[in-house]
Design a protein around this ligand. Sequence first.
Ligand code: LLP
Length: 447
Amino acid sequence: MKDNSLTVNQRVEPLTAAVNEKNHLTLGGIDVVELAAEFGTPLWIICEDTIRAAAQAIWEGLKDYPNATPSYAGKAFLCLAMAALVKDLNFGIDVVSEGELVTALQAGFSPEKIFLHGNNKSLEELTMAISNAGVKIVVDSLSELEDIIDLAQRYKRRVPVMLRIIPGIDLDTHDHIKTGHSTSKFGIPLDELERTVEMALEHTEHINLLGLHAHIGSQGMDLPPYLQVVELMGDLYKSYKDKFGYEMPHLDLGGGLGIAYIAEDRPIALNTWARTLSDEVKRVFPARGLKLPELSLEPGRSIIGTAGVTLYQVGRTKELAGGVNYLSIDGGMADNPRPIMYQAKYTAVVANRMANEQNSGDKVWSIVGRYCESGDIIVEEVKLNAKRGDLIAIFATGAYNYSMSSNYNRTARPACVLVKNGKAEVILARETCTDLLRQDRMPSWLA
Ligand code: LLP
C-alpha cells in the first residue's frame, strides 16, 4: 500500500502503515485489530515516526537558511505527549488559548519558544503570556497592542511581539479556512499597519517589535500564494526600515501546507515548501538591502495530519431501495467534524481484511457516524467489502479531529494511543460517563 516516492504529507497513510500475514493493517509495527481489542473503538492512533519524518522534512527544507526557527501550530492536535514530542523535534510551538499555553509550559517548553496567537486574546491570556517572560505575542490588532503596552507597563516587562497582517492574498482552499484575503477577521489591515508599527516603536521600553506575521489559510496545495507573501513582506520590511530606521529582525510566514486525504490530492512536498519559501526570503530580502531575518514557519496539519488514523467498528448496516447503503460506525462527527464542516474527503479501508478486499466489494457504502445528524457522513460512497463487526480505518485524521472533537449527543471522546516500534501507549485516556457528568450542577430548586 506504500508509495515510497511520496513525501510524508503527500501520502494518505502513515509511514509505518503495512499489512501483516493475517491481512490486518499494522501501524508502528502493531496490528490494529490488537489495538482495538486492547483500547476499544473508536480509537485515534498516532504514528510517532510519521510526525518525526514530517518535522525532519521541514528541517531539511530549511537547512540552508542561517536562522530558521520552525514551530508547530498546536491547534491541529495538542496534548502533553504531542507537546513533548514537538519539543524533542526542536520546534517552537504556537498556542491560541490559555489551555494550549498551559499545555506547552507543562510539557517543558521554554517561554521563548512559544508564540501566542488569536484574534481575541483575553486580558488574562495576555497577562499569562507576559508573566511567562519570553513568550512572543502575535498581535492581531492595534487595540490589542495598546492593551499589551498597558500590561507591560504594569508588570514592568518588555514584551516580544510580532504583528499579524492581512496580506490580501487569497489561498485556493475551502472558504472557512482562508485567512489571507482582504476581509479576513485575522490580522491588521495593511492601511493600519504603519500606524501599528509606529506605536510599537514609540514604546520600545515595553515592546520589542520582532517583525511581521502572515498566515494565509490552511490546506494549501501550491506555492505561488506563499511566494506572494514573501514579496509583500520584503516590501513592508524595506518601507519600515526607510521610514523608521528600524529593521525588523524576525519574519513568520505562517503554516497552511496541505496533506493528502485521498490518493488524488497532491500537495507540494513539505521539504520543497520549506526550501522554496526560505530561498525566496534569501532572494527577496537582500535584493532590498535587508539582512536575512530569523525565519519562522508554523505548520500544524502537515506535521500531525498524516500520522493519525481513526479506527472504528462497523455496527448496523442498512441497504435501502435505490442502491443507498449505509455502514454505521461507532464514532463520527463528534470525533471528526471535518466532513460535516468542510465537506472534507477521507480514505477508508477495512482494517481487519486488507489484502485483495479493497474496492473489490460489489456494494457502494456510505460510512455514516452514530450521531443524530443526517450530515454525519465520514466517507460518502466507497466500494468496500464490509460487514458488521469489521474495523474501518480512516486515514489522515491526525489534524483537527481530536482538537475539534465534541461530546455531541453526550458521547465520550475516544482514547488516543501513540504507536512506535511495536509499542502503543495511551496519550489521551478515553472519556467516561463520569467525565461527561463532572461539570454538571443541580440548581437547588431541582435537587
Ligand atoms: N498559523 C496560524 C496563525 C493559523 O491560524 C493556523 C491554522 C496555522 C498556523 C496552522 O495551519 P495548518 O498548517 O494546520 O494548516 N479546522 C480547519 C483548519 C483551521 C486552521 C486554523 N489555523 C480544518 O480542519 O481544516
